[in-house]
Design a protein around this ligand. Structure first.
Ligand SMILES: [Zn+2]
Length: 287
């Protein structure tokens, strides 16, 4: 038994010596080394790829973050801007009189119930609020702070009170939403009303109001909305009491059968309100 053990040990020892000196085995290790180097190199490339993808990703993330940041900044900036929407009229008009301007001896009804649609039979105050709510959502989507003079029909807020409301809230812009009516049922198209240039009560707000109206006009033209123009008005209580730049959009004529129907079409309403909101946004970009 001892003899066998000795032989086995000698064989193992010779084997170890052989492994240590043999060239084929050394080159085998080298090859293995190369292979593993190769694998490593491969892995490095992969790593590099991953890395560059990673850095690309980081870059993208960074860009996204910057984009978000920019958007957030814009939204933050916009949230400091307060827009007051005044949906014209209310369920019941108030024929009691109020001065058309601060200290003026001339008086007009506090507020009327407006016109109504020849096709839809919808009262103007209902259409005005419908559209105003759409406008509110679009403006809020752009990050602006929005207040409304009314969010229901059963209110009694006079035109001077609506203006004073925006003044007291320090609004940056007032957008009044109305619809027109005329004996001539063929008359169509939107109009933008602004305070009178050089008007006794409106001189200080004319320029900014008109600037905003011009931007809205531009957006309406881009959207293919029929616009009759921008008109100055010195006789509107809601303008004369306003210390805030103000535009009044007459959306179209409820006395025209098809335009009346069109103004109640949600797609058209959205398009029209979008153009107003985009115009307001363009205006504030210049500030
Ligand atoms: Zn009206």
């Amino acid at each position: 038994m001892k003899k066998y053990r000795l032989i086995i040990m000698i064989i193992i020892a010779m084997g170890i010596i052989l492994i240590g000196t043999s060239d084929p085995l050394t080159s085998f290790y080298k090859t293995t080394g190369l292979i593993s180097n190769g694998i490593n190199e491969g892995r490095n490339i992969e790593d590099n790829n991953t890395k560059s993808e990673g850095s690309q990703k980081n870059k993208n993330d960074k860009q996204n973050t910057q984009g978000d940041k920019k958007e957030k900044n814009t939204t933050d900036e916009n949230s400091k801007i307060l827009i007051c929407i005044d949906p014209g009229h209310q369920a019941k008009g108030d024929p009691n009189l109020e001065p058309v301007a601060p200290g003026s001896p001339y008086k007009k009804a506090r507020v009327s119930s407006g016109t109504s649609g020849v096709a839809t039979k919808k009262p103007e105050y209902v259409l005005n609020l419908e559209a105003s709510i759409v406008l509110k959502h679009i403006l809020e989507g752009k990050g602006y702070s929005v207040i409304m003079t009314r969010e229901s029909h059963d209110v009694n807020i006079s035109n001077s009170e609506r203006a004073t409301f925006a003044n007291n809230k320090n609004a940056n812009m007032v957008v009044r939403i109305h619809a027109d009516s005329l004996d001539n049922s063929s008359k169509t198209g939107a109009s933008i009303l602004v305070p009178e240039e050089g008007g006794k009560y409106t001189a200080s707000i004319y320029e900014e109001s008109n600037k905003c109206a011009e931007f809205i006009k531009g957006k309406m033209n881009e959207s293919g909305i029929q616009l009759n123009g921008i008109f100055q008005r010195g006789d509107l209580t809601g303008f004369n009491w306003s210390k805030v730049p103000v535009v009044l959009v007459e959306m179209g004529f409820m006395s025209n059968y098809s335009e009346d129907q069109m103004m109640s079409n949600p797609d058209y309403q959205r398009k029209l309100m979008q153009s107003i909101a985009d115009g307001v946004e363009e205006y504030f970009k210049t500030k």
